[in-house]
Design a protein around this ligand. Structure first.
Ligand SMILES: NC(=O)c1ccc[n+]([C@@H]2O[C@H](COP(=O)([O-])OP(=O)(O)OC[C@H]3O[C@@H](n4cnc5c(N)ncnc54)[C@H](OP(=O)(O)O)[C@@H]3O)[C@@H](O)[C@H]2O)c1
Length: 354
């Protein structure tokens, strides 16, 4: 293990998470520790992060710590990079391999993405093909996996109508594309900014993009479906105000998929969907990492990540990279995401290693 030490610095740049708060939880540093390779868990690797994609959970975790992470730590969960050290039992990966995937939501002991070197579990990494760059591969983390987690639970074919509010967000823009790739008959979405509406229509070829800020979206979806409602709603907005509307669009016998916070009470929603003779399905990555579905984490993540990168190679999936920033700009970018001003799709950090 000591030979693994040679080219790994002992200190690194990082946006450190220093207090559990929604006020100034982070502090920039150039001297955060890099884990000793000998301290890696047997199934862990150390990754030199070439790209990191950001998500709302990166700042939300800082104020809630629902993963019980030991501070100081680092948040952020989507990485693509090169393995620089491996744990004792790692057989499937070697030092030098290029990989991407999602990091443990509990980022104690060297985890967390918003730094130069991160500890990753091998269960949620896959090899990065050489013809997909790190910036694109890094987008296939929390947002993409959430989109896959929701839509994997329903059958979608050429007879299926789907409504996905918020198609301009990270989860939303992946979800509309997955529904299209799987051959849905009709994919309808919403956005509130003109730029987002145009991108959804022109780049992603979605005919009906509603404006959730100015239109009565329930009436519009009913009009578009001859008063019947849609077979599948995937509401990944996390907004009760949106849930109140999207539940009304579910066709009798249809599915209402809702992205949920781990451990939330769903009694009210179950009652609401039963009244419509529909089915409530939950999407939530927390249940794999922190709940009783840990045994499914590896198969779900490795299948989904491999599928995502295959779709990118085939030109079927197009992650929208709104801007590429430097690591030291992460805090400002998280603030933009918090304020709903981050723009369409994803913000990605690119690190350079000389
Ligand atoms: N539990 C989990 O496992 C999990 C996983 C991933 C994400 N999440 C949560 O899910 C939410 C979405 O994540 P994200 O990465 O997609 O966030 P994001 O990239 O910040 O996108 C948020 C989207 O919500 C849209 N929106 C805002 N108000 C809306 C409304 N009233 N109706 C419809 N859409 C609305 C915005 O569209 P416009 O800007 O066009 O208005 C924006 O595109 C976040 O709260 C995130 O924390 C949870």
């Amino acid at each position: 293990m000591s030979s693994q030490r040679a080219n790994i610095p002992r200190k690194q740049s990082a946006l450190q998470w220093i207090r559990i708060s929604d006020q100034d939880p982070f502090q920039w540093t150039n001297s955060a520790p890099v884990i000793e390779p000998s301290d890696l868990g047997v199934d862990q690797v150390l990754v030199e992060n070439h790209a990191i994609s950001l998500n709302p959970v990166d700042y939300k975790m800082a104020s809630t710590n629902f993963s019980n992470t030991k501070l100081p730590a680092v948040t952020g969960y989507d990485i693509s990079g090169r393995i620089v050290a491996i744990g004792n039992k790692v057989k499937d990966f070697q030092v030098g391999d290029e990989v991407f995937g999602m990091l443990n939501l509990n980022s104690s002991n060297g985890g967390g993405a918003i730094q130069q070197y991160s500890v990753a579990e091998i269960d949620t990494l896959v090899p990065k093909p050489s013809d997909v760059d790190h910036v694109h591969a890094a987008t296939l983390g929390v947002a993409f996996l959430s989109a896959m987690d929701g839509l994997r639970q329903v059958k979608i074919d050429s007879s299926t109508s789907v409504y996905i509010p918020g198609g301009s967000g990270g989860v939303g823009h992946f979800s509309v594309q997955i529904a299209q790739i799987r051959g849905a008959k009709q994919v309808t979405t919403s956005a509130s900014k003109e730029e987002g509406i145009q991108i959804l229509k022109e780049k992603y070829r979605i005919k009906d993009v509603l404006n959730h800020a100015t239109e009565n979206i329930v009436d519009r979806v009913m009009e578009l479906t001859d008063g019947k409602g849609v077979d599948v709603v995937y509401d990944a907005t996390y907004l009760p105000s949106s849930f109140d509307k999207t539940i009304q669009m579910v066709k009798e016998g249809g599915s209402w998929i809702v992205l949920r916070r781990f451990g939330q009470d769903i009694t009210k929603d179950t009652e609401r969907v039963e009244k419509r003779k529909g089915k409530l399905l939950l999407a939530d990555l927390g249940r794999y990492w922190l709940g009783n579905e840990r045994t499914q984490l590896k198969s779900f993540c490795q299948y989904s990540l491999s599928q995502g990168v295959k779709w990118i190679k085939e030109g079927q999936l197009k992650p929208y990279i709104n801007r590429i920033i430097k690591l030291e700009e992460a805090q400002d970018a998280l603030e933009l995401i918090k304020q709903g001003k981050s723009g369409f799709g994803k913000i990605v950090i690119r690190n350079s290693f000389e």
